[in-house]
Every structure is written in structure tokens, then in C-alpha cells.
Design a protein around this ligand. Structure first.
Ligand code: MLT
Ligand code: MN
Length: 305
């Protein structure tokens, strides 16, 4: 099984268009170890030819152009991407669907809750049903992922993770932003004996989630913020990580501490926010994540399992 990281930054990318925090400034100016990143998405393939896209970021077009594996190969219209699967309905996970509207067959997989949010937004009607079949999957059962032209040789098991309703729907859920079990999910993706976990957004590592992830050969996990008060401390926003539905990397309740003792083969932070100091490879925070056995995903990173 092959995994390609198309994008590794959180919503808005790195640097975000209007962010002038030190990390964003350094990335914009090409200074030192702060490498620019597009919004989080991965592609997975069992055969190296046919790909499942996991989340369609607003940067999709640029991401596909930068990776030869996703260029058309035959005929006048073609794409190696045979299916798309969504882990939430956040803008940074779904907006790329709008760039996939050029009469190209593929299968769109998501929970019924996420498909419901797309269905009530007429702009996604640009993905005509003649070409794009939408398939809901349940949580907790292994699902064989079919693409436009048959089985992709990938099996996914989706599970709920603590999260939040999409930012653009918060006004509908005032008082309870956590959302339902189908709104934010994690994935185990398997091909034969190879497997890994993908959880780009997670508000808390519950005991059940810890046990599910124990011994995983590879995990991509929510690396949005370094600290819960990062945006508050920078004076950028009053929102904490908890309010945004993201646990933070550092601290006693943070991700590095929560993953201790889980015997995970390879741990990679993805969906990293434009303010997060781990994005600067020369920072103490980056050194601390590496010392704790974590990597920070970069666009174009490729992993064979
Ligand atoms: C998030 O992960 O919290 C969202 O993508 C926020 C956003 O849409 O800006
Ligand atoms: Mn996001």
C-alpha cells in the first residue's frame, strides 16, 4: 500500500493568506526551516495505479499538478483518482470537490451525516450524479472501497472521534458544538496485511480510542496546535484549541503525552495550523516533537507499507 501526503497544513494552509504570525511570515518569506504547506489531504493506493483521495482540500488542483502519480494517463479525460472519502464536512476537507467537476467518474464516500451536509448545499450539484456516485458508509464495519471502475483493494474501518460540527454550521448548534458520531471520524485503512490510521481532527484521546490505536504501524494525527492557548497567546483569536475541536501537541493533556506507551510504529502530525511553531524546523518545539518520536508531515511525503 502506498500513501502520499498531498497536503499537511490545517485549514487555510501554511501560511494562511492573512496571517502575519512569526511562523507564517517566515514561510511566506522563504526563511529558514518554515516550509510552505497546502491543506491536509492524503491519497492511498493498493496497486500504485488507482488512488483513493482522503479529503478533498481547497488546494487540490495544485496538489495534483505537483504529483505526477495523479496526472491523466490515457485518452482525453482521465484521472488515477477513482474514489474520494471524507472524514468531515469542514471546508478544508470538501472544497476540493468543486475542482473535480469536469465530467470525471469517481465514487464519493462519506458518512450519511456528511453526505447530508453536501446534499443540502446546491453548489455540490456540480458533481453530476451521472459521473459521481455518492455512497454512505456506516461506522464500525470494514468497508471495501470501490472506485469508478471497481474494487480498489482497500478496506476502511471508520470510527467516531471527539470533534466538532463544521465551522460554517456552528450557528445551528449553539450550546453543543461537539456534533454527532458521524460528524468527525477517524479511519483505519487496510490493504492485505498492511494498515495505518488517519485522524486529521480530534478533540480528545478517549480510553477507547487509545486502545484502538495501540500497536498501529503508522498513524497520521491532528497536529493543529502546539498549545491550547496558542491563538490567544499570539493575540490572534479568543479561541482555544478545545473550542476549535482540536487537542494540542504539548502539555499534560496534550497529544505527545496521550500517546505515550502505545507502541505505535510511526507517528506523524498532519493538519498543522499556520501558527504552530513545530512548522519551523529550527524551533525548540520541533525538536521536542522529534525527541518524543513524532514527525511533522510535509507535502509530497510518501510512505510504503
Ligand atoms: C478546523 O479543522 O478546525 C476547520 O477546518 C476550521 C476551518 O474551517 O477554518
Ligand atoms: Mn480543518
Amino acid at each position: 500500500m502506498e500513501v502520499i501526503v498531498l497536503g499537511s497544513a490545517a485549514g487555510g494552509g501554511f501560511p494562511q493568506w492573512n496571517c502575519n504570525a512569526p511562523t507564517s511570515k517566515a514561510a511566506r518569506e522563504g526563511a529558514g526551516g518554515a516550509q510552505q504547506r497546502t491543506q491536509a489531504s492524503i491519497a492511498v493506493s493498493a496497486d500504485g495505479e488507482n488512488w483513493l483521495l482522503v479529503n478533498a482540500s481547497p488546494d487540490l488542483r495544485q496538489q495534483l499538478l505537483q504529483n505526477r502519480a495523479f496526472w491523466p494517463r490515457q485518452g482525453l479525460r482521465d484521472s488515477p483518482i477513482k474514489a474520494v472519502l471524507l472524514t468531515s464536512a469542514e471546508i478544508d476537507h470538501v472544497a476540493g470537490l468543486l475542482s473535480m467537476r469536469e465530467s470525471q467518474p469517481f465514487r464519493l464516500w462519506a458518512t450519511s451525516s456528511v453526505l447530508g451536509i453536501l446534499a443540502e448545499n446546491p453548489i455540490f450539484g456540480a458533481l453530476a450524479p451521472d459521473y459521481v456516485e455518492r455512497s454512505a458508509f456506516p461506522l464500525g464495519d470494514p468497508i471495501k472501497i470501490a472506485g469508478a471502475s471497481g474494487d480498489l483493494g482497500l478496506v476502511i474501518e471508520a470510527f467516531p472521534v471527539p470533534g466538532k460540527v463544521p465551522l460554517f454550521l456552528e450557528s445551528r448548534h449553539v450550546g453543543d458544538l461537539a456534533g454527532g458520531v458521524e460528524d468527525t471520524i477517524g479511519l483505519e485503512i487496510r490493504s492485505g496485511a498492511a494498515r495505518f490510521h488517519f485522524i486529521p481532527g480530534c478533540a480528545r484521546l478517549t480510553p477507547a480510542l487509545r486502545e484502538r490505536l495501540r500497536g498501529s504501524p503508522l498513524i497520521f494525527f491532528d497536529g493543529t496546535l502546539w498549545s491550547d492557548t496558542e491563538l490567544v497567546d499570539l493575540g490572534i483569536s479568543a479561541k482555544t484549541g478545545a473550542r476549535m475541536g482540536h487537542m494540542s501537541i504539548s502539555g499534560a493533556d496534550g497529544t505527545m503525552a496521550a500517546f505515550e506507551g502505545l507502541a505505535i510504529g510511526r507517528k506523524v502530525f498532519i493538519h498543522v495550523n499556520t501558527t504552530n511553531p513545530v512548522l519551523d524546523e529550527a524551533s525548540l518545539e520541533h525538536a521536542a516533537t522529534v525527541a518524543a518520536g513524532w514527525e511533522v508531515a510535509q507535502d509530497g511525503m510518501r510512505i510504503s507499507l
